[in-house]
Design a protein around this ligand. Structure first.
Ligand code: GLU
Length: 448
């Protein structure tokens, strides 16, 4: 795909390049003796390679299917993607200092209505002018780390995020906000929970389910809640701030190792699993929901452990799963496998020889549950007990996604397999919850 002509591929891209056309140019397309003129607008990444989309003078978007006989001409430069933010409000002095690091996703982007271009909105003054309430909460410094859909992020991006956060914290700020695509925000929050130890100040991930140009957008309120938590919360942990309910009642602060995206589109998609959220923010007041947290302490020295070994996999078991799937990971040199087993932590007996083979080849194999809520307990049924005797490590109530991230992190931190195994079962960032605070609160999603 072309950076200059986002979304265009194949014949459509070739014709636009030959015509020297850019997004925002007025172009003329002649097809079957019909002449169409309009401003060239970007296409979505998943569009086909046969259509050119122009915005006509009437304001309608027209998709023209191109064939080798179609003629495309650039008429002139008409409109360029342009966003002029309203003037920022006056900055108050003496407020806490917060850094916003942007990684991509809906939260920190804005659509240019004339051309359809999406541009990141991230300079501090952009943010103040779009969400003026921020200027009453904190003095904000902003930096774009990446502009990547979160499904395209890799563990290398987690390492870069961890390093950037640690760097900003070392400059003496009161908190960090990381804006992020929602799809894999839980993985990144877990990754930074392990990579950033002994945090002196909070690190708050935030995303948006609906983009800022939509009236139902959750972006401004989520961002205000995140900046408020980063600047004023009493805890110094990696967290996620999102809507608690579909309405604009409250922002809920989840712990980075216990949070999961549980709905594709709702504003309250993120839920804390097997634990309690850390806090709720209502009208810029913070209500702490647990006493078990690492308190903010500006004197504490951060410990940065940003490496992840990507040779770890998460395998969701399903009835009839072919054991060769496990063999394949071993033959590819993977060093850790997290199984997402059924119920209390089971897979079919047919898989046992492959699992034993993996463990004999020094691959760490651990078990989580696809039930999501509850703990694995492999002592109840014979299949579980047999897996334990083969050497599978039960991971109690840890989320499968968090377990994968932790496996990658443990493998990168350890010099031996025993050291990695010990680290895997050690509670580092509250990824295991205490049995005495057993907590079951499945998401309350109503229909419609
Ligand atoms: N798939 C996108 C992402 O996770 C969706 C946009 C968003 O959630 O911000 O980055």
């Amino acid at each position: 795909m072309s950076e200059r002509l986002p979304g265009y591929r194949g014949l459509a891209l070739k014709m636009l390049l030959e015509a020297g056309a850019d997004i925002g140019d007025l172009i003329r397309v002649v097809k079957d003796n019909v002449v169409l003129e309009g401003v060239l607008i970007p296409r979505s990444e998943y569009s086909d390679d046969k259509h050119i989309v122009i915005k006509s003078r009437s304001g309608y978007n027209i998709g023209v299917e191109v064939t080798p006989a179609t003629k495309v001409e650039r008429v002139r430069t008409e409109l360029k993607p342009l966003f002029v933010p309203p003037p920022p409000p006056e900055q108050r002095t003496g407020l806490p200092k917060v850094t916003i690091l942007s990684t991509g996703g809906t939260i920190a982007s804005r659509v240019d209505y004339r051309t359809g271009a999406v541009r990141p909105v991230i300079s501090a003054s952009d943010l103040y002018s779009i969400v003026p309430e921020l200027s009453d909460i904190a003095v904000i410094d902003a930096e774009i780390l990446f502009s990547i859909f979160s499904e395209d992020l890799t563990p290398k991006n987690w390492s870069a995020m961890a390093r950037a956060v640690a760097d900003h914290i070392s400059r003496g700020i009161d908190g960090v906000v990381v804006t992020h695509g929602t799809d894999t925000m839980g993985y990144s929050a877990a990754a930074l929970s392990f990579a950033l130890q002994k945090l002196p100040v909070p690190v708050v991930f935030v995303g948006a389910q609906r983009s800022e140009d939509r009236p139902s957008s959750d972006a401004p309120m989520n961002l205000i809640g995140a900046v408020y938590a980063a600047s004023s919360a009493p805890f110094a942990e990696v967290t996620v701030a999102m809507h608690e309910t579909p309405s604009d009642e409250a922002i809920i602060i989840h712990r980075g190792t216990k949070v999961r995206k549980c709905h594709t589109s709702r504003r309250d998609a993120f839920k804390t699993v097997n634990s309690k959220p850390l806090a709720r923010i209502v009208n810029n007041k913070i209500f702490i929901l647990t006493n078990n947290y690492q308190p903010r302490d500006l004197e504490r020295k951060i410990i940065l452990k940003p490496e992840f070994d990507e040779r770890a996999a998460l395998i969701k078991f399903y009835p009839g799963m072919n054991p060769k799937i496990i063999d394949w990971y071993v033959s590819e040199g993977y060093r850790g496998i997290v199984l997402e087993g059924t119920g209390l932590g089971h897979v079919r007996r047919e898989c046992f020889p492959a699992i034993k083979g993996a463990i004999d080849a020094d691959v760490i194999v651990a078990m989580t549950s696809q039930c999501i809520w509850g703990r694995v307990n492999m002592n109840v049924y014979s299949n579980g007990r047999d897996l334990l005797s083969i050497g599978v490590i039960p991971l109690d109530d840890m989320l499968a996604e968090t377990a994968l991230v932790k496996m990658m992190w443990c493998l990168a931190q350890s010099k031996s397999i025993d050291e990695a195994k010990n680290l895997l079962i050690t509670n580092i960032a509250n990824e295991f919850s205490d049995r005495t605070v057993e907590h079951f609160e499945p998401p309350k999603f109503s229909m419609g």
